[in-house]
Design a protein. Structure first.
Length: 436
């Protein structure tokens, strides 16, 4: 694994400077390969393309992608992991993983050694651009395992590469007590921290309450829309440079990242294709469009023309850093509110998600705070587990929200408002957040 990660990283270090025609040629070659692979070996895509009369052999470049249908999270969930897995895959050499569940329902995918090597190499590329070097220390925040067990080992956690990662990186779970997490960061003397903006804000405030000052060289945010106010607050609290990152587990990790010029987000053109669509048609540069992503490296469970629900703006100029990778800006849609308690505490959605995801029997859920401060939890529950789920959710609500009234409602389906991305936590009280 270590050899594959490093050789992939070296390749990516070179290709980010390729001229655009050379990058496009590389991307189109990989696109033809992944579409043909999905059509021949993945039942879900084979059936989908046949039903829609799509001819995968006609896909020669990015402009031809419109000839195959768009897929949504619901399509993939309904198909099931078996129908989405390539026939002939050695599953013993793969690991089953799932998305964070920030949309209220997890999506399972398989990772293999190649997709993991690309994911880790892409992370190394952006870290290297930010000045990170092997002797420095990295801390990542992450979701806990939904079963409540220790996080499952991934392919990148084993072998020599796993040894290197373990000794150069610490992981903090979102369900860790914030004060304990702050002390871990302080003792570890972290150079780089990678985490969700709202959780980093929580850690900064927790550090202030116990009189600790958190310092690191670089903070990389991901998983949530980063507004200017939050960016400034985290930068001041950690006394660090802030860079935002856009990624998704289902497509293999990193999609786009800010370079040190902050001119926009560099798209990882060697590994993903982004389409920006409005009413199914491409938007012009500088115009907002719905982001649809195709992974060029996830072959076990391919993702082709996947509707993310996010909004982005493609740019048509070259970055001052000299990289020729495509640019986008203003990634919208990943907005997750805070819940305000009666005693004026701000509970970040990432903390709520971490606690709820520990519980068994919850298939989908949504948390909404009304203008009168009461909280509604709409929950789709596995048959036969109602009493257990209600008991555990009441305990979680008491821990998180204290005396703030919370009502648990069993539903057959968690409704999604049309025309915008599903938000798992919404509050009528927190469209704008105070700095403290």
């Amino acid at each position: 694994m270590m050899y594959e990660v490093l050789t992939t990283w070296i390749s990516l270090q070179r290709s980010q400077w390729y001229e655009k025609p050379k990058l496009a040629k590389l991307r189109d070659m990989k696109l033809r390969r992944i579409v043909d692979h999905a059509h021949r070996r993945v039942r879900f895509y084979n059936r989908l393309y046949q039903a829609r009369g799509a001819d995968p052999k006609s896909i020669m470049n990015v402009s031809d992608l419109s000839r195959v249908p768009i897929v949504t999270r619901q399509h993939l969930q309904q198909a099931g992991i078996g129908a989405r897995t390539a026939i002939g895959t050695d599953l013993a050499a793969c690991r089953l993983c799932s998305t964070s569940g920030t949309t209220g329902a997890r999506l399972q995918v398989y990772e293999d050694q190649t997709s993991v090597a690309y994911r880790d190499a892409l992370n190394l590329r952006l870290l290297w651009a930010y000045g990170f070097r092997p002797f420095q220390r990295l801390c990542r925040t992450r979701f806990n395992d939904p079963t409540g067990r220790e996080p499952m080992l991934r392919l990148s956690d084993v072998g020599l590469w796993g040894f290197v990662r373990k000794h150069g990186m610490k992981q903090i779970l979102y369900n860790t007590d914030p004060v304990k997490a702050v002390r871990i960061l302080s003792d570890w003397k972290t150079d780089v921290i990678f985490g969700n903006p709202s959780y980093l804000r929580l850690l900064a405030n927790s550090a202030k309450t116990i009189g600790l000052t958190l310092r690191c060289k670089t903070v990389i945010t991901s998983g949530q829309f980063l507004d200017d106010t939050t960016r400034a607050f985290i930068g001041n609290a950690f006394q660090a440079d802030i860079y935002d990152h856009y990624g998704m587990e289902e497509v293999g990790g990193s999609i786009a990242w800010e370079c040190p010029t902050h001119s926009g987000y560099h798209v990882n053109d060697e590994c993903v294709i982004l389409e920006f669509l409005r009413d199914g048609e491409p938007v012009a540069p500088g115009e907002p469009g719905e982001i649809h992503v195709t992974s060029l490296t996830r072959t076990v469970t391919p993702i082709i023309r996947y509707a993310t629900g996010d909004i982005g703006i493609p740019l048509d100029f070259e970055c001052g850093c000299g990289r020729k990778l495509s640019l986008l800006k203003d990634i919208q849609g990943r907005i997750m509110d805070y819940i305000v308690t009666k005693d004026r505490r701000y509970v970040p959605s990432i903390l709520i998600i971490g606690r709820v995801e520990e519980l068994q029997g919850i298939e989908q859920y949504k948390v909404f705070q009304n203008k009168d401060q009461t909280i509604d939890l709409h929950v789709k529950i596995t048959d036969g587990m109602e009493s257990i789920v209600f008991f555990e959710l009441r305990r979680v609500c008491s821990d998180l929200f204290g005396d703030t009234p919370a009502r648990i409602v069993k539903v057959d389906h968690v409704e999604q408002a049309s025309g915008r991305k599903f938000r798992i936590v919404e509050s009528a009280l927190t469209s704008k957040l105070p700095l403290e």
